[in-house]
Design a protein around this ligand. Sequence first.
Ligand SMILES: Cc1cc2nc3c(=O)[nH]c(=O)nc-3n(C[C@H](O)[C@H](O)[C@H](O)COP(=O)(O)OP(=O)(O)OC[C@H]3O[C@@H](n4cnc5c(N)ncnc54)[C@H](O)[C@@H]3O)c2cc1C
Length: 365
Amino acid sequence: MFDAIVVGAGPAGATTARLLAQKGFKVLLIEKENLPRPKLCAGAVSIRAKPYLPNDWENAVINTVYGGNLGFKGEIYLSARCDKPVVKIVERRSFDLYLTIKAKDEGVTVREGESFINFHSLRGDFTEVVTTKGVYKTKYLIGADGALSKVLRALGVKRKTFLVCEALVETRIGNMDEVFIDLGLVKWGYAWVFPHGEELVSVGIASLKREERNLKLLLRKYIENHSLLKGKKIRSIKSWFLSPSRGGLFTGEGNIFLVGEASGSVDALLGEGIYYSVWQAHLLAECLKSQNHRRCYSRSLKRLKREFLFGYLTGFLGYSFQRFMFKNAKERDLKEFFKFLRGEKTYADLFKYGVKRFLSSLFKF
Ligand SMILES: Cc1cc2nc3c(=O)[nH]c(=O)nc-3n(C[C@H](O)[C@H](O)[C@H](O)COP(=O)(O)OP(=O)(O)OC[C@H]3O[C@@H](n4cnc5c(N)ncnc54)[C@H](O)[C@@H]3O)c2cc1C
């Protein structure tokens, strides 16, 4: 019998499990893959995630980003740098393993290569969890099993997901401490080039419009035509799902809780999920200790949901007028964005700033 069973050892699950164990819960963490396992992800963790990660998390960092370049269709770029780090890049295979080891260190029992199948409610507020290798009894079941969450599906909820395509390309970009973002390639989305260790870059395209069907082909063309990437060897090219929020989150029901991307914790402007997953894990762990945990969880998610709403609105503004936004962008706009990624501004601040800049560019005041 466990106090909590957490499904999925990604950032959301490993963090929730670790925090609950720290609070004295008997926790079982179930992961369907054997760790370390690959996870398609550019690995960008904005600096504002720092308070929600273990103190020595920087050991898992492979690049530190100080600058950004905003372009249009891989052509001209507007550049800016920050004297402090803006984003850290992690390699998900080792980052997620690191977070799981941290959970184990706190006493969490980890079962790898074991998949959640279903759950049944039992009398007295307990839940029976069925996996590929056994049946367990728990007080709380926590679904942290990502974009295609089986726990969410077992609750009878269907959710919209979008495909994101990423390639690893064998090259270096500058000092490997800057990122490149391109507008103008897809509707509601962007292309990125991020450093990924010493000799690789992560290149990808994300779009929240379903009509953008052949992202893989588009990504290949982008790489072939990009001045920094053309002729370089593509080591891998893959797609995976993303389930961003427009301001709502699925939190579960009764003693079944959802956290991380299983609940839709990804913002609709950038597709950033790691920061929100670990933040939400802290909120959930705090609430499971309280008497009225469901109400506590719903209340504590208000700030997170507000961020997602303003992230969506900022995306609406930015992606609806991509050419106009790019033509009128200034270095100070990128610097404002850095402040946001460093946690000095919220999405609400960024949205207000964006509206002001949009109107001043439109009416030239
Ligand atoms: C191409 C791409 C690039 C991205 N780049 C970034 C980025 O640069 N920065 C960023 O912040 N976010 C990025 N994201 C989003 C980010 O990857 C996710 O939001 C984040 O991984 C969510 O964390 P999580 O812990 O909720 O879920 P996940 O990391 O998806 O972890 C879920 C875990 O659950 C396990 N699991 C699934 N089903 C079961 C089951 N039935 N039983 C047991 N275990 C199960 C999985 O194996 C996995 O280990 C990107 C996403 C994509 C697709």
